[in-house]
Write a protein that binds this ligand. Structure first.
Ligand code: NCD
Length: 367
């Protein structure tokens, strides 16, 4: 039977109306948390973390416990049957028989989509490799709305590792439907990925790319700092060369607007000096707090306890083009042996297809 529940795999899975209802619910929870204390009594959330996490896992677990629900799960692949060679699909098939909702983080791009195909209950993507992190975006939106009072019309700077930083990928896609302008600050090696640039260009989104943080600073309403994602680099030398390109300190903030909002999904390494923590513009710890409310709202809506999401549309099966294989080593197809490759034709002229899992370009033509 076709499931009527929804998943959150990509940041654009919820329409703007649905997302607005979720953000409004998060605000109501923030104002009167006690009202929601028992709403998910009797339900179980499984938190399946195949990759390290502090905030995302703990804030999800805290959110479920604050709603009166219970939590099972694991926090590293080594303590799951993945270590014995079990496929992701089988692990998920099992977990979805033990829990009412699944939260998954995995190092491979497209892993959450695979999980949603194997699961019998809603799946939430808590980060799939360098691709997406949609619940961090909900956290970011709750924070920006609560601090700035609005989102439309803001100039948002994203600084650091825009290539591998999944938080930026989800945030930028999502904000691109909300009337903001972007300033992307990065070294040329860590610019936003080509697929994201194409997405912005197709939507006529306003953005500029620069490597000059100081020059950009005075124009920004929001500055989203990011960690250089060491674990996603192919070469340690490259990481070392690029890791300290941007360090936000008190001196750089002198040129910023007095009501700038400085965000960071955390963890930080050294891209924001501790002295900035005392600046009233630093909002990243408040952002981490908002993550609990955003996730409480998400759990309530995906479980159907709170209304606001339309029933799932009947999804046609992913297009499978056996002749075109995704060769991206970061894609879940590279490690999931039984997974059929699935590509969509993206550009007939250049014969470019896009992998349905990692969304990477795949050259080739179907035979
Ligand atoms: C981010 C992530 O895991 O992508 N952290 C988080 O979820 N708050 C950012 C990062 O690890 O740099």
């Amino acid at each position: 039977m076709h499931p009527s529940y929804r998943n959150l795999i990509s940041t654009l899975d919820f329409s703007l109306d649905e997302q607005n209802r979720l953000l409004a619910l998060a605000r109501r929870i923030m104002e009167s948390p006690a009202e929601y204390g028992q709403r998910m009594g009797g339900q179980i959330m499984a938190s399946l973390f195949f990759e390290p996490s502090t905030r995302t896992r703990l804030s999800f677990e805290s959110a479920m416990l604050r709603l009166g629900g219970q939590v099972i799960g694991f926090s590293e692949a080594a303590s799951s049957s993945a270590a014995k060679g079990e496929s992701l699909s089988d692990t998920i098939r099992m977990a979805s028989r033990y829990a009412d909702l699944l939260v998954i983080r995995h190092p491979k791009e497209g892993a959450a989509l695979v999980a949603s195909q194997a699961s019998e209950v809603p799946v939430i993507n808590a980060g799939d490799g360098g691709r997406e992190h949609p619940t961090q975006t909900l956290t970011d939106l709750v924070t920006i709305q609560s601090i700035k009072g609005k989102i439309e019309g803001l100039t948002v700077g994203c600084c650091g590792d825009l290539k591998y930083g999944r938080t930026v990928h989800s945030l930028v896609k999502n904000l691109s439907r909300m009337g903001v302008s972007f300033v992307f600050i990065s070294p040329k090696e860590l610019r936003i990925p080509g697929t994201l640039r194409a997405f912005l260009d197709e939507g006529n989104q306003r953005y500029i790319e620069t490597h000059d943080m100081e020059e950009a600073m005075g124009h920004l309403d929001v500055l989203y700092m990011t960690r250089v994602q060491r674990e996603r680099f192919d070469s340690e030398q490259d990481y070392i060369r690029l890791k300290d390109m941007y360090i936000l300190d008190g001196n750089k903030l002198k040129n910023a607007k007095p009501d700038l909002c400085v965000l960071h999904p955390l963890p930080r390494v050294n891209e924001i000096t501790p002295e900035v923590d005392d600046d009233p513009r630093a909002a990243y710890f408040e952002q981490a707090r908002c993550g609990v409310f955003a996730r409480m709202a998400l759990l309530l809506m995906l479980s159907g306890v709170e209304p606001g999401l339309l029933p799932a549309e009947r999804q046609s099966a992913l297009p499978t083009t056996k002749a075109i294989l995704c060769k991206n080593p970061r894609c879940i197809t590279s490690v999931e042996p039984t997974l059929a490759h699935a590509c969509r034709l993206h550009n007939a002229e250049t014969r470019t297809n896009r992998c349905a899992y990692c969304e990477g370009d795949v050259q080739g033509v179907e035979v």
